[in-house]
Design a binder for this molecule. Structure first.
Ligand SMILES: *Cc1c(COP(=O)(O)O)cnc(C)c1O
Length: 373
């Protein structure tokens, strides 16, 4: 193979790493925040029929505007948020990653800047680099929450064109107060993207930023069917915003970007929303069980509104990660000193995780006061 440094690659991409965590074989895979529950049998049957009839028309291009799917997504958002969301406010693409990329193509790009509060979703800076958007790392408090006043000061100083607020945040798990989103929004002239990939798992009393949309045309709320809906393989993400934002995205989306098979499968899944989301409570139960059992092992966690838990402290997080893997449990080393992230799985998976963790904790934990390496 040619030495990649000999290629005329864009200079800002040189030396960067692609997204992706190690995927070594493991009996219990708790590293990518998928919903582990199998899809309901009625949905699988309906998917077969819906994909079969969509296949009859595969000689034709799909509905370029995905009108029926967007209407179904708007109905889901309206039903679950209490906020009236119209089809014209919704846009869908192949995973929320593509939605976010389109937002950056339209509102970021050369000579423009995106700001996010790290640690957060690592794809936000990667998508920024791919679209030629400069990236600035904002900061959080030591407990990983966003200090609204500090965030406003950072926004005023950086003057970003795009601001990312991940709520609930990945990899730390905690949701962001709507008041903080409003203050960040009011401090910038750019667009504010609230990435709500995990919102269905939030603890009670955690409203969605959808409720902030009226009167705020620069606010964008992104969602996905990859997590709570248990459809990560489908690749379906979407956003809600002012219809003017959806119009702007038409300038950068590829024609016919969303295949007819994807549209048919997503609509079928949405028709089974209640059955799909029925597993959310079971996942939250395992999440809360993980949080509750950590202190007895001399460990702690960050409050979680998601389907995962950031837990620690470890003297050497990577050594603890390896020790868990040696016991068949794959979690995520997100590169935060002292911490690891585990996905809340089925009860059996959580049993296996807690058993393995109990075995390795005495050797690997460090007390809160010690500075983790
Ligand atoms: C998993 C995740 C997504 C989902 O991406 P898809 O492309 O929809 O699968 C988006 N944002 C965050 C913060 C995530 O963790």
């Amino acid at each position: 193979m040619t030495d990649p440094t000999e290629l005329p690659l864009r200079p800002e991409l040189r030396g960067r790493s692609p997204y992706g965590a190690p995927q070594p074989p493991a009996a219990h895979r708790l590293n990518t925040n998928e919903n582990p529950h199998p899809l309901p049998a009625e949905l699988l049957a309906d998917l077969g029929a819906a994909l079969g009839s969509a296949a009859l028309e595969l000689n034709r291009y799909p509905d370029r505007d995905a009108l029926a799917l967007r209407a179904d997504l708007a109905a889901y958002l309206t039903r679950t948020s209490g906020e009236q969301i119209a089809r014209e406010q919704v846009w869908a693409a192949n995973g929320s990653n593509e939605v976010l990329q389109q937002v950056l193509q339209a509102f970021g790009g050369a000579g423009r800047t995106a700001l996010g509060f790290t640690p957060s979703y690592s794809m936000h800076p990667i998508l920024s680099a791919g679209t030629g958007t400069a990236w600035v790392d904002g900061t959080r408090r030591a407990d990983f929450t966003i200090d609204a006043a500090a965030a406003v000061a950072q926004v005023r100083e950086v003057r970003p064109d795009v601001v990312f607020v991940t709520s609930p945040n990945n990899p730390t798990g905690t949701a962001v107060a709507l008041e903080t989103v409003v203050q960040i929004h009011d401090a910038t002239g750019g667009v504010v993207v609230v990435d709500e990939a995990y919102t269905e798992f939030a603890r009670p009393g955690t409203p969605s930023a959808l409720t902030l949309l009226p009167g705020r045309p620069r606010l964008i709320v992104s969602r996905t069917m990859s997590k709570a809906f248990g459809m990560a393989g489908l690749r379906l993400g979407y956003l809600a915003a002012d219809p003017a934002v959806v119009d702007a995205l038409q300038l950068v989306r590829l024609p016919y970007h969303l295949s007819s098979l994807t549209q048919a499968a997503a609509r079928t899944a949405l028709a089974h929303t209640d059955a799909l989301l029925a597993t959310v409570d079971a996942v939250k139960e395992q999440r809360d069980r993980i949080v509750a059992e950590l202190p007895a092992m001399g460990l702690t966690s960050v409050p979680s509104d998601a389907n995962f838990v950031l837990f620690g402290h470890f003297a050497d997080a990577h050594a603890a990660w390896q020790a868990l893997l040696d016991r068949g449990v794959l979690v995520r080393d997100v590169g935060l000193p002292g911490w690891l992230r585990v996905t809340a799985g089925t009860k059996d998976e959580t049993d296996a995780f807690l058993t393995a963790l109990g075995e390795i904790a005495p050797e690997h934990r460090t007390t809160l006061g010690d500075s983790p390496a």
